[in-house]
Write a protein that binds this ligand. Structure first.
Ligand code: A3P
Length: 290
């Protein structure tokens, strides 16, 4: 495995991109060759820190926990590249997976009935959330010692230096699939603005029949306060959180907190890339405040 970048934190490199050190090249190859999709499989696809866990929880609730009651949401809705093939094959349908994969349509889009929910979030809040994740939550996983400004320059803004690749490549890769009826595009900002409205979009997309009461319960259990107290989703098991009571995975849950964390120059640098690489080419607007 070779890479043109040497990320300043612990990771594996696969096809030139940093991936978590618990995902091996063998696992990717296994997925390419052995993975059998089922028509009712659903994928939650995100760039990290964009609402993945939130959607894992919501889908698991909407489907009434098809894998049974689990202590950790990642057991119920596994990261497909992390889980073993044996475990995935044994899952009951409907299976919901998470992935942070970028642009690997060769296997990820196989199966013309599989549904994908791609949720994206504005890059400034992602940037700040991901620093917290590396430094305070998954401490032993990354062993990252850089300051925020070093992280900004050497990890977030540098192409191919962040885990799973560059934010802008990730979104552009998925946006190229716009118009594919099997992909629902959501945004973190819309979910914060009106969670019920976004849950109803998911329900319609998946063709589920849900009572108003069920929707109310799903929305209520998906609210920030409820999730931050829920030990099956709040990552209280992670080393950083376990050791430091001020460290949180479900941390702020807001739109625009970057305004307290980024310098004017950092914010402008992100604005320029967002405009040039995402907003103009794909005709979208990414909201970084509500
Ligand atoms: P912050 O660090 O900005 O608070 P992911 O699951 O993709 O890693 O994303 C984690 C981010 O989603 C964190 O953002 C976390 O607080 C936020 N999040 C998780 N559950 C949420 C909820 N119910 N409401 C709002 N934000 C939530």
């Amino acid at each position: 495995m070779t890479s043109s970048v040497s990320p300043p934190y612990k990771c594996n490199i696969y096809k030139g991109l940093p991936v978590p050190n618990f995902i091996t090249a063998e696992r990717y190859e296994e997925l390419d060759t052995l993975h059998k999709t089922r028509d009712d499989d659903v994928f939650i696809a995100t760039y990290q820190k964009s609402g993945t866990t939130w959607l894992q929880h919501i889908l698991n609730e909407l489907y009434d926990h098809p894998q049974g009651e689990k202590d950790n949401i990642n057991e119920a809705v596994p990261w497909i590249q992390e889980a073993s093939q044996k475990k995935i094959d044994a899952m009951l349908s409907p299976r919901v997976f998470k992935t942070h994969d970028i642009d690997r349509w060769d296997w990820i889009l196989k199966g013309d009935k599989i549904k994908y929910i791609y949720c994206y979030r504005n890059p400034k809040d992602v940037c700040c959330s991901f620093y917290n994740h590396m430094k305070r939550v998954f401490v032993g996983h990354y062993e990252y010692t850089g300051t925020f400004s070093e992280y900004f320059a050497d990890v977030f803004i540098k192409r191919n230096a962040a885990e799973q690749g560059w934010y802008f490549d990730h979104l552009a890769g998925w946006f190229k699939q716009k118009g594919n009826p099997n992909i629902l595009f959501l945004t973190y900002e819309d979910m914060v603005e009106d969670l019920r409205r976004e849950v109803l979009k998911i329900v319609e997309f998946l063709g589920l029949q849900c009572s108003d009461e069920k929707i109310d319960n799903v929305v209520s259990s998906g609210m920030f306060d409820s999730m931050s107290k829920n030990p099956t989703v709040n990552y209280s098991w992670r080393d950083g959180i376990a050791k430091d009571p001020n460290s949180k995975f479900i941390r702020k849950g807001k739109v625009g907190t970057w305004q307290d964390e980024l310098t004017k120059e950092q914010s402008e640098q992100i604005d320029q890339l967002t405009k040039d690489l995402l907003e103009i080419p794909f005709g979208i607007r990414i909201r970084d405040t509500l």
